[in-house]
Write a protein that binds this ligand. Structure first.
Ligand code: IVH
Length: 675
């Protein structure tokens, strides 16, 4: 290679590196290098161009660098959380969504839905007070957003003043870049969505202003006084106020309507100037929306019905085994990088041992991969005609890479052996599980440690800086400061965010432990039961544990699987040791019931029989909103048994009477709730 070619090669490599870092920053919002390292790389590139001007012709650096935004935006709490949406992938999922809504609302009538294209951009929330735009926030973690007002006001389609608006009005919508406009930016970003995200997070709004961002309004946060009766009502008014509303929004009623609408928009998709990845269906009536409420992550009144996925052909370069946090061994195909729907894919899941056996995927195979929404890409089929006669069947290992023999569990419920092979419940004894547990612990929904993402955990793990959760709270910063890319600023940032995260709510703490079968919802149920961390930590003591586990059984949502899993977790000596060491660094806040002074705070409730005016799910969710814990069996701990008019269980009433539990009729229950 000539000297000139060597320089070109080096230059191209450095640019690739920079693009990778940019992507990690914008796409995952998780910088994989420090600001210092980033600046060094920038400097190097500039010096190269200065010394060898011919490089300018290879690739101009303008616009490529200098674009890294600062992550230090002021954080503001959303007055109403910005939730995400559940997904539907086919007609069945949609029928299920409709059925659940009707059951919850206790009705057999068709429910009117507002249908809106799901724009693949970045969501933002705008707060107007007395008609004046006060600030605009990014979604952030859904609870706290970043104050990106200066950047949002560069968008023409965001009105700065509204006439005749309610005193408080929060409008939510999607910021996006048109496909045509994106063409000019494609060197810097993988797809229009990342470009919109990156531009919105520029520290210098003059940079944002150069990018033609657009905005579709689709919803609301806090409104006072509430003047809208339905989603269509809201959209119409938004249009009058000067917001841009997607022209394909309409109202649908039946499943046939939904399917026709879906096909229509899907066929228009490629001709639209913005990326649409599905259709959002929302219960139109606001009163119904209010009643339906939400689960911990998403509203019950809306769903995203995704379009069919995008496919691509590639080659399997290797098959590796990944061990998940719960010990599941997942075969993953490392494929020749290929662009699928605007995203470069180099990994595809093969699900489990049975799946890989069934499909007989081999290294070297030509395969069709599919990517649907945010789901991990998967291998759809293999072109066996292209297979080499030398290829060998993949033998699924019987041992976890850590060395333990693996197992396939027997499922008592389905009476079938699980398709997933697992490293048995060794917890931190398996180093692969241990590392995944750490990643889970620092994740957004758990300790939410900013600047300590999966990549950093991998790095610290390899350098033996972290092994157990407590190590995160007692990091050897001296060692870290000797590492490439860790300057004073990044170390101080890390110190601060770890310190901030060491104060944690009880439900997040429980979730962070990564106990199998204890997700966010169950962690909340448990926190609501224990209230104080001291009570929760009694699970560490064998004599107390058995009794607690029996009591947990009566909690609605805690089945045998969950109880067994909690027992297994706390029966593991290493887990106990890890936990005891961890809590020393933490301040775990008592669980706050939604309304401390509410009707049923601290009380337990059980329902029997059907209700006339509301479904069981609505009754439960109302009770929980009013601070109650819902039990599923009658024990001395029960405070109220609410008896529905339709077929209440006699035995339960008898038993409750014996235990002198307060009985309440359906009518009294409505009376209490002012219904
Ligand atoms: S409604 C409670 N409507 O999709 C959730 N979302 O995962 C309210 N999106 O974060 C969202 N178009 O960024 C809604 N017409 C639309 C939308 C839309 C795009 C995005 C939004 C949200 C994500 C849901």
């Amino acid at each position: 290679m000539t000297e000139k070619n060597k320089i070109i090669k080096l230059y191209k490599e450095k640019i690739q590196e920079l693009l990778k870092f940019n992507k990690a920053y914008f796409e995952k919002d998780n910088p994989i290098i420090s600001d210092f390292e980033f600046d060094e790389l920038k400097k190097e590139l500039f010096q190269l161009v200065k010394k060898y001007p011919f490089l300018k012709k290879i690739k101009n650096l303008d616009g490529l660098i200098g674009s890294k935004p600062s992550s230090k935006f002021e954080k503001i709490k959303h007055s109403k959380s910005m939730l995400s949406l559940g997904n539907a992938f086919d007609k069945e999922d949609m029928l299920d969504f409709k059925k659940k809504i009707k059951n919850f609302l206790n009705t057999t009538s068709e429910i009117e839905l507002s249908s809106e294209p799901k724009i693949d951009g970045i969501s933002a929330s705008l707060r107007y007070e007395n008609g004046k735009l006060i600030y605009g926030l990014s979604r952030g973690d859904g609870i706290f957003g970043e104050n990106i007002t200066d950047n949002l006001i560069t968008i023409d389609q965001i009105p700065k003043k509204l006439i005749d608006a309610p005193q408080i009005l929060e409008i939510r919508g999607e910021v996006y870049i048109g496909k045509k406009d994106f063409e000019k930016l494609q060197d810097q970003f993988a797809n229009p969505r990342n470009a919109a995200g990156g531009s919105l997070r520029q520290k210098d709004s003059k940079e944002t202003a150069k990018i033609p961002l657009k905005f579709f309004a689709y919803g609301c946060g806090e409104i006072n006084p509430q003047i809208f009766k339905s989603q269509t009502d809201l959209l119409e008014k938004l249009k009058l106020w000067g917001f841009s509303i997607n022209p394909y929004c309409r109202v649908v009623n039946s499943m046939d309507d939904i399917e026709t609408n879906h096909k229509n928009i899907e066929s228009l998709r490629s001709s639209l100037d913005y990326d649409v990845d599905g259709i959002v269906y929302k219960v139109n009536n606001f009163n119904f929306q209010e009643r339906l409420g939400s689960t911990s992550n998403s509203p019950r009144w809306a769903i995203a019905y995704k379009f069919s996925s995008v496919k691509a052909i590639t080659k399997v370069q290797n098959i590796v085994i990944q061990v998940g946090r719960t010990g599941a061994l997942t075969p993953v195909a490392k494929v020749q990088p290929v662009t699928v729907g605007g995203v470069v894919v180099s990994n595809a899941t093969l699900h489990n041992e049975d799946e890989i056996l069934r499909k007989d995927v081999r290294v070297g195979d030509t395969v069709i991969i599919q990517r649907a929404g945010d789901v991990i890409p998967q291998i759809l089929s293999i072109d066996k005609s292209k297979r080499s006669h030398l290829s060998e069947k993949f033998i699924f290992p019987k041992k976890c890479p850590c060395g333990f023999e693996t197992i396939k569990e027997y499922n008592e419920l389905t009476k079938k052996t699980d398709a997933v092979r697992r490293c048995p419940e060794k917890g931190f004894d398996c180093k692969y599980i241990a590392k995944e547990k750490l990643k889970h612990l620092v994740s957004k929904e758990a300790f939410n440690i900013e600047g300590l993402g999966k990549k950093v955990i991998d790095n610290f793990w390899n350098l033996k800086l972290v092994k157990f959760p407590s190590n995160i709270f007692s990091l050897d910063y001296k060692k870290i400061s000797n590492l490439d890319g860790w300057g004073n600023t990044s170390i101080n940032n890390l110190k601060n965010s770890i310190k901030k995260s060491s104060t944690i709510s009880l439900d997040k703490f429980i979730f962070a432990l990564g106990i199998r079968h204890i997700g966010q919802e169950n962690a909340k149920i448990l926190a609501n039961y224990f209230i104080k961390s001291k009570k929760f930590l009694e699970l560490l003591t064998l004599s107390k544990r058995k009794k607690i586990l029996i009591n947990l059984k009566s909690l609605d949502g805690m089945g045998d699987t969950q109880i067994k899993s909690i027992d297994t977790f706390f029966s593991n000596k290493k887990n106990i040791d890890v936990l005891e060491k961890l809590v020393k660094y933490l301040k775990i806040k008592d669980h706050k019931t939604l309304n401390e002074k509410s009707l049923f705070s601290g009380k337990t409730i059980m329902f029997t029989g059907g209700f006339e005016k509301m479904s069981r799910s609505e009754a439960k969710s109302l009770a929980e909103e009013n601070g109650a814990k819902i039990l599923s069996s009658i024990t001395k701990k029960l405070n109220y048994l609410i008896i529905g008019n339709s077929k209440p269980t006699k035995n339960k009433i008898e038993k409750a009477k014996e235990l002198k539990i307060h009985l309440m009729t359906e009518k009294e229950w409505y009376g209490l709730l002012n219904r």
